[in-house]
Design a protein around this ligand. Structure first.
Ligand code: FAD
Length: 475
């Protein structure tokens, strides 16, 4: 394999081999090549059907390590991939790449007076919740607290509870420390570098490696929420109730639903084991009586097989979706919807309902709106403002099951095409979504994409950070 003319990528190299030897001297964390013990663990991802096999991995132990790794990649002309928890690795292999893993960057500091939190790039939301929960403060966390703070926030950051009232997580970022493609360590605020600040937040991973980030947290000690699971056979009346309810909801209430074909495993509560169910999710910033009143038409539409709606401490936000936490082989696709009308509902039931033959484990639709549609005080490149709904479909299982699921995802995507909206959130793209520059341009919209591409030419002219939903440098 050739990088700028020097042969440095063979899998039989050791860290002392020509090419990567200077890395060992320059970084404190591990430097691992494909034959090294620990390489496989360092390259792990949440999607077991997408192993990463980069030429070299740097387990960054500090911002200095990240900068040294980026400078090394720059010298050798290598693309750089970044992984924290590994939920959204875009390339199946990344064989010619240098992978920087950030999970050792473990700083967390909470300033409860200023209501801000500063974290290193290896921190997950679950770790933040453990700190903020003690003082009744809440970050704009997503449905799955086990995902990384930085990847989530750079991709927008859509909360199943706070988003409609407060906007995206990216809208509340105050400060970032980032290593850009030239190896420089930059402190970025809206006031000091409005263009780079704008591009980093929404341009996910395209503009550098964010090593630390500071964001606002909010006084939300408790909420009302959880899930209502219904028999899959009852999905039509329940979805009709959901469809009628959703447009009338205030910004303090957020809801989504998911059609699930669940495995028969002890980790699930008894009524859900091996079951075909409709899972309605609800989060409400208010008391239980008010929340129960809002949920009333849903509870009345059919008899839930499981009802977990309750008042809870904010740290239990993961109970709204109860997303899976274990790595598994997956195929996925996500796109935005311009409406969820009676006709959309009919098609959705036809594609995923009891008579559909749908093998997918999870097909969800999230309702957005409210503050998610408003530009924040410190502008950013988040592309989904004005998008009313998003959908995401997931299949899992053996290679044969994955092939069937993949074919079905194609059917779902084609079936929902009449309602597809152009501007989607990058966090809800799978590795296979938006593969071409035209797709990424459609996702951001032509004007936003042109600004991103112009900034990419300034900050990453060689497109070092291209192992993502890539924004190409403008010509
Ligand atoms: C079960 C589940 C539920 C989810 N729910 C939500 C949700 O409710 N709302 C929402 O907005 N998203 C949601 N997501 C998407 C999730 O936020 C993103 O996939 C996020 O990137 C996952 O974090 P990670 O640490 O696993 O990222 P990784 O897979 O480790 O990284 C993904 C990408 O993020 C970028 N990146 C990561 N770290 C850095 C860094 N330090 N500097 C620069 N770029 C970086 C890179 O491009 C990288 O390829 C969900 C994902 C899952 C798996």
């Amino acid at each position: 394999m050739l990088y700028n003319g020097s042969n440095v990528g063979s899998s039989t190299e050791t860290p002392t081999a020509p090419g990567h030897a200077p890395l060992r001297a320059a970084v404190e964390g591990p430097v691992l090549l494909p034959d090294d013990i620990g390489y496989g663990q360092e390259c792990r991802t949440f999607n077991l059907s997408r192993a990463l096999t980069p030429a070299v991995v740097v387990g960054a132990a500090s911002t200095r390590d990240v900068a040294a790794a980026v400078r090394h990649a720059d010298r050798l002309g290598m693309p750089v991939a970044v992984r924290n928890q590994g939920h959204q690795m875009v390339l199946p292999t990344a064989e010619d790449a240098l992978l920087i893993t950030t999970n050792r960057l473990q700083e967390i500091s909470l300033d409860s007076g200023r209501r801000t939190v500063r974290v290193g790039a290896g921190v997950t939301w679950a770790q933040v919740l453990a700190h903020t929960g003690r003082v009744g403060l809440a970050p704009i966390v997503g449905s799955a607290p086990h995902v990384g703070v930085v990847g989530y926030t750079l991709g927008g950051g859509l909360s199943p509870l706070l988003g409609r009232r407060l906007g995206y997580a990216a809208d509340h970022v105050r400060w970032m420390e980032v290593v850009t493609a030239d190896g420089a360590v930059r402190e970025v605020t809206y006031e000091s570098a409005p263009d780079l600040f704008w591009a980093l937040l929404g341009g996910k991973g395209n503009f550098g490696v964010v090593t630390r980030i500071e964001f606002d947290v909010f006084p939300v000690p408790r909420f009302y929420g959880g899930g209502l699971w219904f028999r899959g056979e009852d999905m039509r009346p329940v979805l009709e109730a959901w469809r009628a309810l959703t447009p009338a909801l205030g910004e303090d209430t957020t809801t989504s639903f998911s059609v699930q074909r669940l495995p028969d495993v002890a980790a699930l509560p008894e009524p859900l084991r091996g079951a075909f169910v409709l899972h309605i999710r609800l989060g409400h910033l208010g008391d239980g009586a008010e929340g129960a009143r809002i949920a009333e038409p849903l509870r009345a539409a059919a008899t839930p097989v499981l009802d977990t709606l309750a008042e809870r401490p904010f740290a239990e936000i993961g109970e709204i979706h109860r997303d899976p936490v274990r790595a598994m082989p997956l195929v996925e696709a996500g796109f935005a919807l311009r409406e969820f009308s009676a006709a959309t509902l009919d098609r959705f039931v036809e594609l995923t309902g009891p008579d559909s033959g749908c093998p997918l484990k999870n097909v969800e639709v999230r309702a957005l709106g409210g503050a998610l549609d408003r530009e924040p005080a410190r502008p950013n490149a988040v592309s989904s403002r004005g998008t009313p709904y998003m959908t995401f479909a997931v299949g899992s299982g053996s290679p044969v099951q994955l092939r069937a699921a993949s074919a079905f995802i194609g059917r779902y995507t084609r079936g929902m095409a009449p309602w597809r909206a152009p501007h989607h959130l990058v966090n809800f793209l799978s590795a296979d979504d938006a593969p071409s520059e035209a797709d990424v341009r459609d996702l951001y919209g032509a004007e936003r994409y042109a600004r991103l591409a112009a900034l990419k030419r300034v900050y990453d002219p060689a497109n070092m950070f291209r192992l993502n939903h890539n924004i190409r440098p403008a010509a």
